[in-house]
Design a protein around this ligand. Structure first.
Ligand SMILES: [Zn+2]
Length: 296
């Protein structure tokens, strides 16, 4: 992490309609700002992610209220990571908050630790997170899928269990062909492997690949990644190819008998060079180490 970072402020005034009644507050590629979604039905609007901290949460709530008018609000999060959901407290009592069970458990178990870790990254981030309250869901759902009727439009929340975290969730809007992936797929960004042994080792690359295969099989027309530019199915495919390639390269390097550090030193620059346009190469090493440790 660098010492000075831009404030992770959601620009809730910028809104882009990516399909009829499907609005995105784009991240403008500001680090630790997610792409945020608002999906409108006739009587209910679904908000996807909040940004981090009370100010961002309040700004996103205001934007959602403006866009939604007198519709009921439901808030869901793509996963428990701070930049996606640590503005949820501002929605409490104003929206029905829905998580999948694993996501709720992830937040309960690791939420406070991640809050502390993020506050320690940079003063700008600590400021954004000041006054953050971690809130439980009003509705915790079990199983792989949860269907919400927004009125004339049905949306699906889907999860695969542990992948990038223990409870990653996508949101699929079938009538518009829009897929919100959370951090299962970021655009032109090295996938975040939060491999922090012994504190957090809840990653499952094989399941992550499976989730991305299933996402591609939905045939989305518009993919809204957790971070980065909105695009199409290529965003999902590129992440899957990356994870498969890192796994294969680590496997091959291990059969040569090299030690862990030598494998990282050899593969990191190679993988970086394969994706010259991608952001945050510091995550390559974490992905390599995850594969080294889990292949042992
Ligand atoms: Zn994340």
């Amino acid at each position: 992490m660098t010492e000075t970072v831009p404030a992770p402020t959601v620009d809730a005034a910028t809104r882009r309609e990516v399909a009829p009644g499907v609005i995105v507050i784009p991240d403008h590629r500001v680090p630790l700002v997610p792409n945020i979604g608002i999906v409108l039905g006739e009587h209910t609007a679904l908000v996807i992610d909040t940004g981090m901290g009370p100010k961002n949460g309040a700004a996103v709530l205001r934007a959602a209220q403006e866009v939604a008018g007198d519709r009921q609000l439901i808030l869901t999060l793509t996963h428990f990571h701070p930049e996606h959901g640590y503005g949820a407290a501002q929605f409490k009592g104003k929206a029905q908050i829905v998580y999948n069970r694993a996501q709720g458990e992830d937040l309960a178990a690791k939420g406070p630790g991640y809050l502390e870790m993020f506050c320690g990254m940079a003063p700008e981030i600590a400021t954004a997170l000041e006054g953050t309250e971690l809130v439980e869901a009003d509705t915790l759902y079990d199983g792989a899928q949860y269907k919400i009727d927004l009125g004339g439009r049905t949306v699906f929340l889907r999860n695969w269990g542990m992948a990038h975290t223990r409870g990653d969730q996508i949101v699929w809007v079938p009538d518009a062909g829009v897929l919100f992936t959370g951090d299962l797929a970021e655009e032109k960004t090295f996938p975040i492997f939060p491999w922090f042994p012994p504190d957090d080792t809840d990653i499952d690359a094989a399941n992550w690949i499976k989730a991305l295969q299933d996402c591609a099989a939905l045939g989305p027309k518009v993919v809204v990644p957790g971070h980065g530019e909105i695009g199409g199915i290529e965003i999902v495919d590129e992440v899957r190819h990356y994870i498969e390639a890192v796994g294969a390269q680590v496997s091959a390097a291990r059969t040569s008998g090299k030690d862990d550090e030598a494998i990282v030193a050899e593969l990191d620059p190679k993988i970086r060079a394969d994706h010259p346009e991608w952001h945050f190469p510091e995550w390559i090493g974490f992905a390599i180490r995850y594969h080294i440790d889990t292949l042992k």
